[in-house]
Design a protein around this ligand. Sequence first.
Ligand SMILES: *[C@@H]1O[C@H](CO)[C@@H](O)[C@H](O)[C@H]1NC(C)=O
Ligand SMILES: *[C@@H]1O[C@H](CO)[C@@H](O)[C@H](O)[C@H]1NC(C)=O
Ligand SMILES: *[C@@H]1O[C@H](CO)[C@@H](O)[C@H](O)[C@H]1NC(C)=O
Ligand SMILES: *[C@@H]1O[C@H](CO)[C@@H](O)[C@H](O)[C@H]1NC(C)=O
Ligand SMILES: *[C@@H]1O[C@H](CO)[C@@H](O)[C@H](O)[C@H]1NC(C)=O
Ligand SMILES: *[C@@H]1O[C@H](CO)[C@@H](O)[C@H](O)[C@H]1NC(C)=O
Ligand SMILES: *[C@@H]1O[C@H](CO)[C@@H](O)[C@H](O)[C@H]1NC(C)=O
Ligand SMILES: *[C@@H]1O[C@H](CO)[C@@H](O)[C@H](O)[C@H]1NC(C)=O
Ligand SMILES: *[C@@H]1O[C@H](CO)[C@@H](O)[C@H](O)[C@H]1NC(C)=O
Ligand SMILES: CC(=O)N[C@H]1CO[C@H](CO)[C@@H](O)[C@@H]1O
Length: 501
Amino acid sequence: MKLLASTILAALSIASARIVPITLDIVNAPGAPDGFARTLVTANGTYPGPTLTANKGDTLVVTVHNKLNDPDFRQSTSVNFDGIFFSTANSFNEGSVFVTTYPIGPGETYTYNVPLINEQTGTFWYHSQLDVQYVDGLRGALIVYDPEDPLAHLYDVDNENTIWQVGDWWHNSTLPLLAGYEATGIVPVSDSGTFNGVGRFQGGPEVPFHVVNVVAGKRYRFRIINTSARNVFTMSVDSHNLTIIETDGSATSPMTVNQLDLLAGQRHSVVLAANQPVANYWINAPFVGGDPTRNLNQNATLSRAILRYAGAPAADPTAPMSLGPAAADINITLNLVVTAGKAQWNVNNVSFLAPDVPTLMKILDGANSSADFNVTENTFILPANKIVQVIFPPSIDDEEHPFHLHGNDFWLIKSNSSEEINTANPIKRDVAGVGSTGTIVRFSTANPGPWFFHCHIFWHFHAGLATIMASGLDNIRKEVHPTPAWEKLGPAYEALPPSEQ
Ligand SMILES: *[C@@H]1O[C@H](CO)[C@@H](O)[C@H](O)[C@H]1NC(C)=O
Ligand SMILES: *[C@@H]1O[C@H](CO)[C@@H](O)[C@H](O)[C@H]1NC(C)=O
Ligand SMILES: *[C@@H]1O[C@H](CO)[C@@H](O)[C@H](O)[C@H]1NC(C)=O
Ligand SMILES: *[C@@H]1O[C@H](CO)[C@@H](O)[C@H](O)[C@H]1NC(C)=O
Ligand SMILES: *[C@@H]1O[C@H](CO)[C@@H](O)[C@H](O)[C@H]1NC(C)=O
Ligand SMILES: *[C@@H]1O[C@H](CO)[C@@H](O)[C@H](O)[C@H]1NC(C)=O
Ligand SMILES: *[C@@H]1O[C@H](CO)[C@@H](O)[C@H](O)[C@H]1NC(C)=O
Ligand SMILES: *[C@@H]1O[C@H](CO)[C@@H](O)[C@H](O)[C@H]1NC(C)=O
Ligand SMILES: *[C@@H]1O[C@H](CO)[C@@H](O)[C@H](O)[C@H]1NC(C)=O
Ligand SMILES: CC(=O)N[C@H]1CO[C@H](CO)[C@@H](O)[C@@H]1O
C-alpha cells in the first residue's frame, strides 16, 4: 500500500509538471526610469522586463529573439536565469557566455530549455550575461511558485504585484561607462536607484513613486530582488516590521526585522502584515555603492516607493523621507581586492600610490576636488561636519585587514565577528578588522583634515591598501598655518641625493 501511494504521488507530480513557453524579444527601446530619457537594452521593451513565473518542477522553454540593432550598444546578447539550478547535462542552456555558451547574435533566435530541477522554488531573476549589458536594462524577475508552500500559512497574498525589484540606474550607457572605468579604475557611481523600474535623481523630475497597494488586515509576501550591478540596498517600511521567510530560494525560519540589507545578488521574501491605520507609508530603499560625491545626481534618499492602504488618498506619505536610524550623511563603499600572484592591493580598484607632494600641501595650495588628485592617491573629498559611513563588503581573502583611521576614531557599526548592526550604542575605536563577513564603520568629519585610512598590515599598506579621507578642505585652508620648519622639509628632502631620500 505504502509503495503504491508513493508511486501514485510521483506520477501525479510528474503529471502536474508543465511546459511553460516564454518568448522574450531583446530590443533597444527608449525609456526614462528616473526621468532621464535614454536608450535601453530590454526584454520586450520594458525595464524591468516582463516577470516570468512557473511552478515547481515545470520546464521553462524560453525563446529569445535578439532584435538589438543600436550600434551604440553591444548587439549580441545572452540570458542567464540567476539562481536556477542546471543539471550537468543541461549546462549548455545556462547562458553564461564563453563559459557555457556563445552569445546570440543580432537577428538570431535561441531557445533555452530550462527544466526546474531539485524541487527548486523561490525568488529568482534573469538578466543579460553578456559582459555588463544588464546594466543597460535587461533584467527581470523569475518566480518559481510552490503550490504546496510549507510557509503558505504565514501570508495571504503572493502574486505579480508583490514583487519588489530594486536596481541601480545609470544615465549613460555601458560602453562609455566602461571606457571611463577602464581609463580611471573608478567603478561608475550610479545616478539613481529604481524601485520596480522607477526612481528619481537629485534635481530631476518628480517621477511618481511606485505604489504598492495593500488591504488592511492582510499579510503580504513581498519578494525583494536586488537586480543591481553595484549597489547595496537597505529596505524598510515605515511603521511596519518585515518577517524574512526566504533567502535566495531557500526557506528560512521566520525572522522579524525592521530593515534588511540586500547584499550581492541576494533575494529575500518578507512578510508584511498590513496592520497599521489606513494611510500611505514610505517604503525606503536607500542604497550605497561608491563615493556619492563622484556623482552629484545621486541622492539615495530618493530611492523609495509608497505602501498604500486601500482607502488612503492617492498622495505621498506625510511622514518625512527619513534616512533610517542614526543616519549617515554620506556612504562610501570600500572594496578590497588583491591582484592574484602579485604584491598589489586595490581599494575600489585603485592601488594607492603616495603623491610626490603631500596631500595637505596640495590642499593648502588650493586643491579642492577629486580632479585635483591623481586617481592613484585614492583621495575621498568630504564635506566638514557630516557623518560618513564606510561599508566594507565581505572581502575574499582569508586574512583580516586591520583598517586604521588617522586623526580620529570611528564607531564600529558592524564588526567582522558579528552579523549585528549596532547603530544604537556602538563602541568607538580607530582600528577595525575587515574580513570575510563585512565591516561597517562611521566617522564624523567635525575634525577636518586629510586623514589616512589604511590597512595596518604594512606589507599590504605598501602594496596599495590605503585611502585618504580628506574632509573640510576650506576649513583646512582656514585653520592650518604651517611653521617655517615644516615649510623647509620639502625643499630639503627634494635636494637630497636618492641614496639619502
Ligand atoms: C514578449 O513579447 C512577445 C512579442 O510581443 C510576446 O509574444 C511575449 O509573450 C512577451 N513575453 C512575455 C514574457 O510577456
Ligand atoms: C556618456 O559618456 C560620454 C563619454 O564620457 C560623454 O561624452 C557623454 O556626455 C555621457 N553621456 C551622459 C548622458 O552622461
Ligand atoms: C516590530 O517588532 C518590534 C520588536 O519585536 C515590536 O516591538 C514592534 O511592536 C513591532 N512593530 C509592529 C508594527 O508590528
Ligand atoms: C546586487 O546584485 C548584483 C547582481 O548580482 C551584485 O553585483 C551587486 O553586488 C548586488 N549589490 C549588492 C552588493 O547588494
Ligand atoms: C536628497 O533628497 C531629499 C528628499 O528630497 C532631500 O531632503 C535632501 O536634501 C537631498 N539631499 C541632498 C544632498 O540634496
Ligand atoms: C547610507 O546607508 C544607509 C544604510 O546602510 C542608509 O540608511 C542611508 O540612507 C544612507 N545614507 C545616504 C546619505 O545615502
Ligand atoms: C571647495 O569646494 C566646495 C564644495 O565642495 C565649495 O563649497 C568651496 O567653495 C570650494 N572652495 C574653493 C576655494 O574653491
Ligand atoms: C598618476 O598615476 C599614474 C598611474 O595611474 C602615474 O603613472 C602617474 O605618474 C601619476 N601622476 C602623478 C603626478 O603622480
Ligand atoms: C573575519 O574575517 C576573517 C578573514 O576574512 C575570517 O577568517 C574570520 O573567520 C572572520 N570572522 C568571523 C567571525 O566571521
Ligand atoms: C587603477 C587600477 O588599479 N586599475 C585597475 C583596475 O582593474 C583593472 C582590471 O583588473 C586593471 O587592469 C587596472 O589596472
